[in-house]
Structure formats: C-alpha cells, structure tokens
Design a binder for this molecule. Structure first.
Ligand code: 1CP
Length: 383
C-alpha cells in the first residue's frame, strides 16, 4: 500500500530528514537526536497543560495530545516528535477497563492471568479499534500539519514517530492487572497454558498493530515498537513465545510504503519504493538484540546496559542503532554528562547510522535545559 501523496514521506517532506535517513542506514549532516519520554513531566509547559486532566483523557483529546507532542520539539529542537499517547490506549479504545494512575502506570479493573480471562479479552474484535481511532487520527494529523510548516534548523520538516507496545509488554500488564517488577504472571502463563498465552499474544498483536498502522496512515514517518519488558525473559522463550507475535504486530505496517525520486536520477528515472522505517526497543535486552532485529525491523534501540559498539556486533553488520545514554547521567555535572554523550557518539560509529537517544525514558525530575544542551552538543559534535 503506497501512502497518500499528502503523507510527509510521500510528499518528500520527511523522507530525507536526518531521522529517516539514519533509519535507512545513511549518515546526514548531523547525528539525529530525540529522547524517549521527551514529552511529559520534565516540562513545566506539560505540567501546566495537564492540570485537571487524567492521562488517558489527555491522550484522547486531539488538541491536547498534539500540543504535548509538539512541546519538546519546539523547546529542544530534537529531530523527531514522538506521538503523545500510551501503549494501553488501544485497549482503552476497545473498551478494556484500564486507567493510568499517577506515579504508578497502567492499572486494569482485573488481571487476565488465565484461560478464562484471556477468553473474555479475546472476545473483543480488534477490528473495532479502527472505528474508535478518530481521536488518534486527528491528533496525528494536527501534529504533522504543524511539524510540516516548522523549521527546526535541520533543513527539513521534523518527522513524527508513531509507536505501540509490543505484545509481550502489553501482556505483562494484562496478566498482572498492572505494573510489576518481574512480570511473573506473564512468564508463568506462557508455560502453564501455552494455548491461552498464544491466544492472548495473537489478539494483542492485532490490536497494537492496528494502533501503529493508524498512526502511520495519519502521518507518522516512522514506527517504534516498544517491548520494554522483554528483557525479563530468556532468549529461548523470546524466540518461541514472543517473537512471532511481535512480527505479527509489525506486519500491520510492513506493507506501508512511499515512493521517492531516484537519488541518482534524471526526471524520467523510475521512483524508488521504500517501506516506512521501523524501530524495535526494549530494556535489558542485550541478550535478545539479534532476535529483536530478526523479526524484521530496520533499526534496533539499545538500552544503557551495553555499549553501542558491543550492540553493533550483536545485531550484525549494516543495522542502524538508536540509543543509549544512561538517563541517570542527565543529573550529573555537565563535564561528566558531556564526556558520556561523546562516548555514546563515538561508539555509535560502529553502526552504519546512529540516532542518539537515551537508554530509557527521561526521568521526570530532569532539568529540561540540560536536554536542550545535549541536543546542541550532539548536533555540534557530529557536524
Ligand atoms: O501523567 C503522567 O505524566 C503519566 C506518565 C506517563 C506518560 C507521560 C505515562 C504513564 N505514559 C506517558 C506517555 C507515554 N507512554 C509515551 C509518550 C511519548 C514520549 O515518549 O514522550 C510513550 C512512548 C509511552 C509508552 C509506554 N507506556 C511504555 C513504553 C516506553 C517505556 O517507557 O518503556 C510503557 C512501558 C508504558 C506504560 C506506562 N505508562 C505510564 C507509565 C508510568 C508506564 C510505566 C509503568 C511501569 O513501570 O510499569
């Protein structure tokens, strides 16, 4: 499926942005940089806007979600916006009883830890999501409309990254009924009742895949699958019980493509068809990086526990990497932070292309002026 001519990738607005070029393995004039959780509580303008609005209500208010997405782009001049939403939004949209509790995270009305629970959940048709997705489509469209007309100093409009939770990470919350440290309920179900586990993973893959597709169709220029908690399982369990569902989720975006004029080309050169870039990230997934790349993604996101040059050797040649400054360093004295940023950039040279990011999300107590300074350093150091 070729994206519409108005899509920022098809229109040539973001197809040669630093971010999209890096995701296809090319180095640009400067290393692109964005931060996981760049929107949110580290920004006073976010805290002001959110007063009196619950998290999931903010996600489903197109004007608010769009404004929150744009805040860090304007402030830090990062090379990407990441859509302000949450991995549980598609569950909420099909009627699952879930809320996001401040300081805690997603909490469900019940746990879906056994075959009966899974049967109740999977009785919901994931296709219903498409009818409920109007607030997502509208929020993305509004965001992209502003990004397309804003000059962030990079020479192209800033691309928007759409995202979704991977089936395992969503299943970790669903089986537990809320956040947990060890994801024991999910790890138990996959072995205690592999049939129920598969049904849960298949259903979740379709739901979250549709959520991701909606964002790309509405204007996102890249897609990131967050398997935040996949680091809790072994490589063998990942390959048997998790990877197929993640691949199934991504199948919902793999057919989306855009056409660009051939770079070498005269006016009559045949256009090149490229698929929308896909990134895959998890926390503590050093042992899984090769398998996480193997489900069919362009770029692998790396957390802060292994250096990028080691990660490059694990994923194999030719794979762009994203990451991986330890977020804790954001609160260190500037000379310490600066040296760490330069070290990440240096090790990132081991990959064909590198998108600078943190090894996980921005801590809420981060001084936002430090983030802006890191962006300037990354752009300046690599120019
Ligand atoms: O009111 C608030 O500030 C609530 C905090 C908050 C925010 C700002 C939550 C609750 N989610 C979000 C937004 C969010 N969630 C984004 C926004 C875009 C950006 O990065 O700027 C994204 C990408 C997510 C995705 C998400 N939600 C993930 C995957 C990424 C990651 O951090 O690993 C996960 C695991 C969640 C679940 C979740 N939602 C919120 C919290 C606190 C958590 C984690 C809870 C836990 O520790 O289990």
């Amino acid at each position: 499926v070729i994206l519409s001519p108005q899509h920022p990738l098809s229109a040539g607005l973001t197809s040669d942005s630093r971010l999209v070029r890096a995701y296809r393995g090319e180095r640009a004039d400067a290393t692109p940089v964005w931060f996981m959780r760049q929107a949110g509580r580290s920004l006073p303008e976010y805290r002001d806007l959110r007063v009196g609005t619950r998290m999931l209500d903010a996600c489903l208010d197109p004007a608010m979600a769009s404004e929150i997405t744009l805040q860090p782009v304007r402030r830090h001049r990062v090379d990407a916006g990441i859509f302000f939403s949450d991995i549980v939004v598609p569950l909420k949209l099909v009627g699952v009883d879930v809320e996001i509790q401040p300081g805690r995270g997603p909490v469900f009305g019940r746990a879906y830890a056994d075959a009966a629970g899974v049967a109740e959940l999977t009785a919901i048709d994931p296709a219903r999501l498409d009818e409920a997705s109007a607030p997502i489509t509208e929020a993305v469209a509004r965001t992209v409309a502003e990004l397309n007309t804003t000059d962030n100093g990079s020479g192209t409009p800033t691309p928007l990254i759409g995202f979704a939770g991977a089936p395992f990470t969503l299943a970790a919350y669903l089986t537990e009924g809320g956040p947990s440290k060890d994801h024991l309920a999910a790890r138990t179900l996959m072995h205690a009742d592999p049939g129920a586990w598969r049904a849960l993973m298949d259903w979740t893959a379709e739901l979250t895949g549709r959520f991701l597709r909606t964002q790309v169709l509405a204007g996102a220029s890249a897609a990131q699958l967050f398997d935040s908690w996949a680091g809790a399982i072994s490589l063998a369990d990942y390959e048997t019980h998790v990877a197929p569902a993640s691949a199934a989720a991504l199948a919902h975006v793999h057919d989306l493509a855009y056409e660009t004029a051939d770079a070498s080309g005269g006016a009559d050169a045949a256009p090149t068809t490229r698929s929308v870039p896909v990134v895959h990230f998890g926390v503590g997934t050093g042992e899984l990086l090769g398998a996480m790349h193997g489900i069919g993604v362009d770029t692998v996101g790396v957390d802060y526990r292994i250096p990028l040059d080691v990660a490059a050797a694990r994923v194999g040649e030719g794979v762009p990497l994203q990451g991986n400054l330890d977020p804790a360093l954001l609160a260190a004295p500037w000379p310490v932070l600066e040296a760490a940023v330069r070290d990440v950039l240096r090790r990132g040279q081991a990959a064909p292309a590198h998108v600078f990011n943190l090894g996980h999300g921005v801590p809420p107590e981060t001084d936002p002026t430090v983030l802006t300074r890191v962006v300037e350093l990354v752009h300046g150091a690599s120019a």
